[in-house]
Write a new protein. Structure first.
Length: 246
């Protein structure tokens, strides 16, 4: 491990020592069905403003991480066209997603045919502003956790990743579910609070987002802002430049 790979991020409950040589950024479910006009959430009357608001800070983090050589992993919630991975009739996963219209045919904003939460359609594409770059990793999942019956753990272990930087939506459901499973597998997790969003509870004046942050910083990992991470990356880049120019 080279010294320039190590950086410190100002976080809660205390400083997070991030090893850039063994880190990855996880972008959870920043796809059209959740974060774009015409997607599943908006069609269901769910306010997507909070999800839209985190697109720009996530973009800054992803761009800086790519420049630092940190792998980017996109998770996407998407089911097979025949819904064979939705679960049996009695499964809560099937019932809740059927309530949200999974599999229903829709017309995408560009006029093309699509289907709600179905793989390889407009609905499960990453929002345009965060489109994956060559070399990024994309993994479909069919449960809230990105580790359930996917290749995520194998991918991370294969790249000797230990530290995970979490972004995406929604904070208390797919982000927290994936982060919990990561912690159970002994990954060290840093969640960026201004790069995650949660519409659940907002209409009632409650905030699942804040509840998740408290749980994570208390028991599951660390919480920081994108600004704190970007400052750390800039400092690490300056140290590397100095070391290579001496």
């Amino acid at each position: 491990m080279a010294p320039q790979d190590m950086m410190t991020v100002n976080a809660r409950p205390g400083p997070f020592g991030l090893d850039l040589g063994h880190a990855a950024v996880i972008v959870v479910d920043m796809q059209n069905d959740f974060g774009s006009p015409g997607g599943m959430f908006e069609r269901a009357g769910i306010d997507i403003a909070q999800i839209r608001a985190v697109v720009r800070p996530i973009t800054r983090v992803v761009d800086a991480a790519r420049e630092a050589g940190v792998p980017i992993v996109y998770l996407k919630m998407g089911f097979r066209p025949d819904l064979s991975d939705l679960g049996p009739e009695h499964a809560t996963n099937r019932q809740r997603h059927q309530f949200m219209g999974v599999g229903e045919p829709v017309v995408a904003p560009n006029g093309s045919p699509s289907r709600v939460l179905i793989r390889d359609t407009w609905n499960t594409d990453i929002v345009d502003e965060l489109a994956p770059a060559p070399g990024d990793h994309i993994i479909y999942k069919h449960r809230f956790s990105g580790f359930f019956q996917t290749d995520l753990e194998a991918l991370l272990r294969g790249q000797a990743v230990r530290d995970l930087i979490f972004t995406g939506c929604t904070t208390s459901i797919c982000v927290e579910s994936t982060l919990r499973d990561a912690m159970f597998r002994d990954f060290r997790c840093l969640l960026l609070e201004d790069c995650t969003a949660e519409p659940i509870g907002a209409a009632a004046g409650r905030t699942n987002h804040e509840a998740s942050l408290l749980t994570i910083e208390t028991l599951l990992g660390w919480v920081a802002t994108s600004t704190a991470l970007l400052h750390g990356l800039a400092a690490a880049s300056a140290d590397l430049h100095h070391a290579t120019s001496v």
